[in-house]
Design a protein around this ligand. Sequence first.
Ligand code: FES
Length: 155
Amino acid sequence: TRVEISLTINGEARQLQVAPWTTLLDLLREQLDLTGTKKGCDHGQCGACTVLVNGTRVNSCLALAVMKDGAEITTVEGLAKLSGGNGLHPLQEAFVAHDAFQCGYCTPGQLCSAAGVLSEGHAKSRDEIREAMSGNICRCGAYTNIVDAIEDVMQ
Ligand code: FES
């Protein structure tokens, strides 16, 4: 059984045939080859699969693709477009400048989550950034540098 859905993915309108049980994460990675979005735990605990859905942070492993029919999805591959430039998104620049990763596996999720935090605009202090980013686990423990990078862009 397949269901037809429409999604705008990184600014491109797409008509897609998906099985009703396909997660947004599997659609992105397996059907669309957008493998920047990572599968860590596959049950909502690590944040590696974070993407923006209509500008809001979502764990794509927990969302069925059919539930997002009509939505705008931004993955790490499309993040730079959000800032309107041709180069990297300011968060990506800041992550590089602050060495805000080690193995890099969690980085796409960290970046999308940080972009969501910035647009939500609630987190102002360092502690609030840490709290807002607490759903994104970094096995290497690069948290201090990740918060440094986000704080840098926020200023
Ligand atoms: Fe989705 Fe871990 S893979 S939260």
